[in-house]
Design a protein around this ligand. Structure first.
Ligand code: SF4
Length: 268
């Protein structure tokens, strides 16, 4: 029993190191955080956003630059949402915060067509609220907790259902140019976050809205990846690696093709 606990502890520590490395690399590779930034960290209360806030705060302590963090939770009016949980945690963690109440829950239920996912309307509405808040609160960046599995699922969904080769940008600017969105956890596997968070005593607030839906495309893709991973353990990291090495010569976008004709070795 004791051995099991020691192993679990080792796994949590190893997961923490992995996240730390991928987080630091993402920030460096995409110049996500700069001197004088005021970064709004979107915290839904799920494991990913709590992990993001935790790493943003520890990076703030050790970074050679100065930047500010504002943790923001959008209380979307979900029944049973524990209103005190996140503010109490923010106080305990000593991070400046803001909780914005907007009942998007009723709108999402009303506007979502039968068989469609709540998440697309819900996340679009929440994103709109965050963009507005960033402007009101003087934040020039918003950090979101999307991870590697989100990237892969989006990539496959785009390829399968939208006819596009596209994942999720690690950093992008909102069209109005007022704010950038960064995803410092984009290269961290969800199971690594899960392992790390399982070793913390953080109060996780799950979403009760989307959990009530079955058979949505994203869940199907998630399941597909998980089934394939059971057979090919490295599949996710290989697929993620492929997003770093596109070869336009073997694709069909004339805008990207530079006229370079590939030379292919003849094998007998
Ligand atoms: S997980 Fe829940 S809160 Fe998040 S977008 Fe989907 S429905 Fe909305």
């Amino acid at each position: 029993m004791e051995t099991e606990a020691i192993q679990e502890n080792k796994d949590v520590i190893a997961a923490g190191h992995k996240i730390n490395r991928a987080f630091g690399k993402a920030i460096g590779d995409f110049n996500m955080i700069e001197e004088g930034d005021k970064i709004m960290v979107a915290v839904s209360g799920g494991k990913d956003s709590l992990c993001l806030l935790n790493y943003m705060m520890s990076y703030q302590k050790k970074a050679p630059i100065n930047f500010k963090i504002l943790a923001v939770n959008v209380d979307q009016g979900q029944p049973g949402f524990p209103k005190e949980t996140l503010p109490n945690m923010f106080e305990e963690w000593g991070v400046p915060y803001h909780v914005e109440f907007q009942d998007t829950y009723s709108v999402v239920l009303e506007k979502t067509k039968p068989g469609k996912s709540y998440c697309s309307i819900c996340s679009r509405m929440r994103r709109g609220i965050l963009y507005r808040l960033a402007q009101e609160r003087g934040c020039n960046k918003i950090a979101l907790g999307h991870h590697q599995d989100d990237v892969l699922e989006t990539f496959l969904m785009n390829a399968f259902f939208s006819g596009q080769l596209a994942g999720m940008p690690a950093i992008y600017e909102i069209e109005s140019g007022t704010c950038q969105v960064i995803r410092p956890l984009y290269a961290v596997a969800e199971e690594t976050i899960q392992t790390y968070v399982s070793g913390q005593d953080w109060p996780i607030v799950p979403c009760t809205l989307c959990g009530s839906q079955d058979g949505m495309k994203r869940q199907e893709i998630k399941q597909l990846l998980s089934d394939l991973k059971a057979k090919y353990p490295d599949l996710k990291s290989t697929l993620f690696g492929s997003l770093h090495h596109p070869d336009p010569r073997f694709l069909f976008d004339k805008e990207l093709w530079n006229g370079d004709i590939p030379s292919i070795k003849q094998t007998v």
